[in-house]
Design a protein around this ligand. Structure first.
Ligand code: PLP
Length: 863
């Protein structure tokens, strides 16, 4: 099939997702100082790994063998720091941050670990010296991108781990080792097609299996009362099946510090005895086949972003990893402390959204049922241990589990949730004696025929702190979503605006700009991003401006080459790179951008010879596989792209490229090359956004709505350095109160009307004129996200932006000022705030003598 992505389709579907985007050369100036690891020692270690790990001689080795050998050689350089970190925390019995997240969108490990181990240049030189025929960058391309997350939420968890380690905070991340991460997206005939992500197929050199820390997790069955030895009435959970959780650890090295934190991911295994009776009955094959039931639990990441899938397997995943993690915390606690009475002093457990919120009931069960603690004491420990981050206001995204499902999968937890609710509602009733409506609103249970548990309420009641992820978002959590809870416990709520790690999103992804910055203001900005402010002094310096512009052009050129080699598409590097990359969701309004591109195309058709700024519109977005309209929007983007490509009048002045399989590695290539960042969600819908931060940090200007962290970005960079458009939250509310009728905008705006008419009559789908009718119907009849209401404001703002781009000097100045003023949006700052206000943890320095890092290794070295 001839498509715009010919080459891409030729790839073997069984190969692990490979990204063609080249990793960039690191500049030596950016390395942290480490113990001297010389080129010769590296070469010996590397060849030793090749021989003893991969069991290959260089003459037999594949590029993957080299990648594996290299990764093991680098991992070894972090192991002593890691062991020392663990030992230090154990010996000093410190308070640990336990970050519970169903997703960690890590991105590649080799680049990050080379940087943090401080041996990028040594390795690069060593590989050249050995003349293997593969550069460091070839070997980096072998690594599959570990996509254990959907989008912003999972990426936040990854940035937070980097900052925790860099700030020397004792921390462990707990999550799920999905055998299949987020699907690989390919585009066929303009449509999204999903392919499984075989990221573990060739082995994962970064994980360390720890079967000795295996734990057992119970599921199903029923509960029974019994009287214990001391005469107390107690409850026993008689589960009808068990599975085993086995941990895989990954290293999380800090930058410019000895600290190495841990990411512990759980994998499900069949327990030895669950099929015992089948063995006894002689049905050996079925008994073995049944293993898959258990092992399915961690098989695949649910690919929905901001829409929970209320499936039993998903709830099982959530409970599984939380139960494993809490047992792991308790095991470690009991080694150091005789009992659990001071558990709350030794852990700070953060719930990344409600996905791990069943942990509140599980910790109560462990304390009360298994460790025989009384309820009140157990409840105090639980509330003091947990804190909860809310990530969304979208009503459809709030997790609610049917009572029926919870009762059958976790019967004891359901009883505990009812008891938590009974006591909680008594408290509320005491404050508001005659307000049954309030009780119903605050209850953990939605009553009715199909009773449900509101997981956000469970998380809030069971935590001592609740936070939103941007100033506006937190205000809306307090005023709307959790209004009653905020009134009841005003001090529980606080804001912690998200951030991104400058290590991955500047040093690794934009080495050229990083180098220029370090050469100008020194290197400290890497761990103290506020220092970027010093760049303001250079914003008017013509020489500096020229270098700044030059680097952006080079980054654009690099991306253009990738696009050419991979997709056979030529893009004009003199075009403005106007980029919208993020999950495909109606609230993020990729469709608004498409409407405006079509409008510009119409204008061009009317005056084909007007002199306009060439524009390259880059999109990247995965749609949830079951999200029909989102997938149709991807098809529309690609269909408009084809029409633009085939129209002789356009002459490359308007061009769309949809980059398939947007992930962390693709992002590393895109953010540094972007000139305009599209952040146009409907006000009140995007909790924070973090893509917005990566763009602005890399010197892109933002066109955006007053939503999420865009507002704080505008306050930081100055409204004269950003293009703001659209209704704000107040105006959205007022419009909805008045009554929103999208057809009025359609009738009143000829340009918009023509755009929609063209989509409706098949201009972009000549073979199937009605193909995009569902898009037209939603726009004209519901338009839940007010695209038509914001259309003209966006179009006007975009025109202003294009005008501003013509004044190159001033544009560069704005770009420099954006970067210079983004210091606040480091995840280091976010984590420091969590530490100070929520976790109450302090840094702990890990000391490792240099000679313990550079262990002399006597190795047999094949010549
Ligand atoms: C940063 C990032 C996101 C989040 O982007 P938003 O624009 O904030 O939605 C999603 N996916 C990946 C791969 C990212 O790196």
């Amino acid at each position: 099939m001839a498509t715009r992505y010919g080459k891409y389709l030729d790839e073997n579907p069984l190969r692990p997702a490979r990204d063609f985007y080249r990793t960039k050369r690191m500049k030596s100036q950016l390395e942290q100082e480490g113990p001297v690891f010389n080129v010769d020692l590296f070469c010996r270690v590397f060849l030793n790994k090749l021989l003893h790990r991969q069991v290959k001689l260089p003459s037999q080795a594949t590029p993957n063998d080299y990648y594996m050998a290299l990764s093991h050689a680098i991992r070894d350089r972090l192991v002593n720091r890691w062991m020392k970190s663990t030992e230090t925390y154990h010996e000093q019995d410190v308070r640990m941050v336990c970050y519970l997240s169903a997703e960690f969108l890590l991105g590649k490990q080799l680049n990050q670990n080379l940087l943090h181990a401080g041996c990028w240049n040594t390795v690069e030189e060593g590989l050249e010296k050995m003349q293997l025929g593969h550069s460091l960058y070839d070997l980096m391309a072998q690594e599959p991108d570990p996509g254990l997350g959907n989008g912003g939420l999972g990426r936040l968890a990854a940035c937070f781990l980097d900052s925790l380690a860099t700030l020397d905070i004792p921390a462990i991340g707990y999550g799920i080792r999905y055998e299949f991460g987020i699907f690989e997206q390919v585009i066929e005939d303009g449509w999204q097609v999903e392919r499984p992500d075989y990221w573990l197929q060739l082995g994962n050199p970064w994980e360390i299996h720890r079967p000795e820390y295996m734990v057992e997790v119970k599921l199903g069955g029923h509960t029974e009362f019994y009287i214990d030895d001391e005469g107390w009435q107690r409850v026993k959970w008689k589960a009808d099946r068990t599975v085993l959780g086995t941990p895989f650890d990954m290293l999380v090295p800090g930058y410019n510090t000895k600290t190495v934190a841990t990411l512990r991911l759980w994998s499900a295994r069949a327990s030895q005895d669950f099929n015992f009776h089948l063995f006894n009955e002689g049905d050996y094959t079925r008994a073995v086949a049944d293993k898959t039931y258990s092992e399915n639990i961690t098989k695949v990441l649910y690919p929905n972003d901001n829409t929970p899938q209320g499936q039993e397997l998903r709830l099982t995943q959530q409970y599984f990893f939380v139960a494993c993690s809490l047992q792991d915390m308790i095991r470690q606690h009991l080694i150091k402390n005789g009992d659990l009475s001071c558990f709350q002093e030794k852990v700070a457990i953060q719930l990344n959204d409600t996905h791990p919120s069943i942990g509140v009931a599980e910790l109560m069960r462990l304390l009360v049922d298994e460790h025989k603690m009384n309820w009140d004491k157990a409840w105090t420990i639980t509330c003091n241990s947990f804190s909860y981050t809310n990530h969304t206001l979208l009503p459809e995204a709030l997790e609610r589990w049917p009572v029926r499902l919870l009762s059958s999968l976790l019967p004891r937890h359901m009883e505990i949730i009812y008891e938590i609710n009974r006591r909680f509602l008594n408290e509320v009733r005491a404050h508001y004696p005659n307000d049954p409506a309030k009780l119903a609103r605050m209850s953990l249970i939605v009553e009715g025929d199909d009773k449900q548990v509101r997981m956000a309420h469970l998380a809030c009641v069971g935590s001592h702190a609740v936070n939103g992820v941007a100033a506006l978002h937190t205000e809306l959590v307090k005023s709307d979503l959790m209004h009653d809870f905020h009134e009841f416990w005003p001090d529980k709520f606080s804001n912690k605006t998200n951030g991104v790690t400058p290590r991955r999103w500047m040093l690794i992804s934009n080495p050229k700009l990083s180098h220029l910055i370090s050469a100008t203001i020194g290197k400290d900005w890497v761990t103290d991003l506020a220092q970027l402010q010093k760049l303001e002094a250079y914003a008017d310096n013509p020489e500096f401006r020229e270098k700044w512009w030059e680097i952006k052009q080079e980054n654009k050129q690099d991306l253009a080459e990738c696009i050419y080699h991979q997709f056979d598409l030529e893009v004009r590097p003199d075009a403005i790179f106007d980029v919208q990359v993020k999950r495909l969701h109606e609230y993020k309004r990729q469709l608004l951008k498409v409407l405006h591109i079509i409008a510009q195309y119409q204008q061009l058709k009317k005056n084909p010879d007007t002199d306009i700024q060439a524009q390259l519109f880059l999109f990247g977005a995965k749609a949830a596989p079951g999200y029909y309209i989102a997938k149709l929007i991807i098809k529309l983007i690609n269909s408009v792209a084809t029409v633009l490509d085939e129209d002789k009048d356009v002459r490359g002045r308007l061009k769309i490229v949809f980059l398939p399989n947007f992930n962390v590695s693709v992002g590393e290539q895109i953010y540094p090359a972007a000139e305009l960042s599209e952040q146009i969600s409907l006000a009140g819908k995007e909790a924070s956004g973090t893509g917005n931060m990566k763009f602005a940090l890399n010197g892109a200007l933002t066109i955006g709505t007053l939503d999420g962290a865009n507002i704080e970005i505008r306050d930081a960079v100055g409204k004269e350095n950003m293009f703001c458009c659209g209704l704000d939250v107040k105006e959205v509310k007022a419009l909805r109160t008045r009554g929103y009728h999208p057809r009025e905008y359609y009738n009143d705006n000829p340009e918009l009307r023509e755009v929609i008419n063209q989509i409706a009559c098949g201009v972009f789908s000549p073979d199937k004129p009605k193909l995009f009718q569902p898009i037209v119907d939603t726009l004209l009849n519901h338009d839940e996200y007010l695209l038509l209401a914001d259309y003209q404001s966006y179009a006007d703002c975009h025109a202003k932006m294009l005008e501003a781009y013509q004044d190159r000097d001033n544009w560069i100045k704005m770009s420099i000022l954006n970067t210079a003023r983004m210091g606040f949006f480091s995840s280091d700052r976010s984590i420091a705030e969590y530490c100070r206000d929520i976790w109450h943890v302090d840094p702990v320095e890990v000391e490792v003598p240099d000679e313990q890092i550079d262990i002399p290794i006597e190795v047999y070295c094949p010549s």
